[in-house]
Design a protein around this ligand. Structure first.
Ligand SMILES: Nc1ncnc2c1ncn2[C@@H]1O[C@H](COP(=O)(O)OP(=O)(O)OP(=O)(O)O)[C@@H](O)[C@H]1O
Ligand SMILES: [Mg+2]
Length: 410
């Protein structure tokens, strides 16, 4: 590296004020020429210095880039747990869940918040803040507000409710029970049965009644909205569940992704299959899955790829059937709880007359009966209203206008 050149001395000239004018002028001219000379030298030096500065700048840039690439080879993904005010953050590395306290530059501190995903190096220095895009999408599926459905709102499927609670809630709430007995709780629960029988409702009730993080994803949504990214989304989803365990992942309408793999070979199907393969491999990663339970629901059990039913995947099948007479009576009672119903209404009779009705259809029967009361200028719903509602629904049904009342509820 060259040393800084020496700066020329400032020109100095003593001019005797008593000199005759012409001599003084001569002296001043000489001084002026000196000044111009020195000025020229300084300008040159300045130019050189500028050039050198530019060179050094380029070098710093280059070294910085090199340093950056050196540092950025093999980074770990971590999540910011907390940002402390003295430019320190707590990060939790994915996979091994190791938590560390690390210093960060104030430049980085401004960019991060708790919950952000970051890439860290071996010494846990934050290298980059990851794009929140995929995260945000997966996160949008987290249910933070409790759905307003409780077990008490579900009629006629007590046995199924019990089974779901046993398979999903209990392992999360009391894992030691399973440890003591020495069994693995089921990893996935699959609810299947005809439309409108309360499958989605049951999952929502679980979300409501448990403290675990509840993440909901509809299979159809996945296939439609995230074309080409289904498998990534599944990955993100499980990752998010791992970060927030205990967690419950609910995949509604799973038939949309988990349909039999053989048939056609269009690109859409290939995508569905990739999503499905990702789902299966996530479910197989049992060890890493930890305190995560999966609930899926479908009304097209026949369409499901049997691969998802293998042990370690959805190994607990729960059929949610159409309600029997007693169930129908319970459902009627549930859906008329908030209605002004006359005492003489015979729920048992109505339950008998609604053979083959699903919960959703019974719900619409109650609403329809209310409509008849209004039409007849009453504020009390009487038995006859239910009877007329029933007739109307049967008539609509036979003319195939409404194939299933349930379609309006989803
Ligand atoms: N067992 C039930 N008890 C009380 N209400 C019910 C029951 N089953 C269905 N319902 C009513 O029907 C509506 C639709 O039910 P839900 O969405 O749970 O059906 P589903 O089984 O998920 O149907 P699908 O297979 O079409 O998705 C519920 O919001 C609820 O009002
Ligand atoms: Mg449903």
């Amino acid at each position: 590296m060259s040393r800084s050149p020496s700066i020329p001395d400032r020109p100095h000239r003593d001019i005797d004020p008593d000199l005759p004018d012409d001599e003084r002028l001569e002296a001043l001219r000489g001084h002026y020429t000196d000044l111009v000379d020195v000025n020229e030298q300084l300008s040159e030096q300045l130019e050189e210095a500028d050039e050198r500065r530019q060179d050094l700048h380029d070098r710093v840039d280059r070294v910085e880039r090199e340093n950056e690439t050196l540092k950025s080879s093999s980074l770990y993904i971590a999540t910011i747990e907390d940002v402390l005010d003295n430019d320190e953050v707590i990060v939790k590395q994915h996979g091994n869940n190791q938590e560390v306290l690390t210093d960060v530059s104030s430049r980085v501190v401004e960019k991060v918040d708790a919950g952000d995903r970051v890439a860290v190096n071996d010494s846990f220095a934050i290298q980059t803040v990851l794009d929140a895009e995929t995260d945000a999408r997966a996160q949008s599926m987290e249910i933070t507000e409790k759905p307003e459905v409780s077990y008490a709102d579900i009629g006629g499927i007590d046995e199924q409710v019990r089974e779901v609670r046993e398979a999903v809630e209990q392992p999360l709430a009391e894992p030691e029970l399973f440890d003591e007995v020495g069994i693995e709780p089921p990893s996935g629960v699959l609810l299947h049965g005809p439309p409108g029988t309360g499958k989605t409702m049951l999952a929502k009730a679980v979300a409501n009644e448990t403290d675990a993080t509840f993440i909901k994803m509809a299979g159809s949504e996945l296939v439609r909205k995230f074309i080409g990214e289904g498998s990534r989304l599944v990955r993100d989803l499980f990752e998010m569940a791992r970060e927030r365990e205990p967690a419950i992942i609910f995949i509604d309408e799973i038939d949309a992704i988990a349909t039999t793999r053989s048939e056609s070979k269009t690109s859409g199907d290939a995508e569905v299959q990739r999503t499905m393969m990702q789902l299966l491999s996530e479910m197989d990663g049992f060890e890493a899955r930890g305190e995560i339970r999966i609930i899926a629901a479908t009304n097209r059990f026949d369409m499901l790829d049997r691969a998802i039913l293998r042990p370690g995947r959805f190994d607990r099948l729960i059929e949610v059937p159409e309600p029997d007479q007693e169930g129908r009576e319970q459902i009627l009672q549930i859906h008329t709880r908030g209605m002004n119903v006359d005492d003489e209404v015979e729920f048992a009779d109505l339950a008998e007359d609604t053979d083959g009705y699903s919960g959703a259809e019974i719900e619409s029967l109650a609403t329809e009966a209310g409509m008849f009361a209004i039409r007849n200028d009453r504020d009390v719903v009487i038995h006859q209203d239910f009877v007329e509602a029933l007739e109307k629904i049967e008539k609509d049904d036979s003319s195939q206008v409404v194939p299933s009342a349930n379609y309006f509820f989803n």
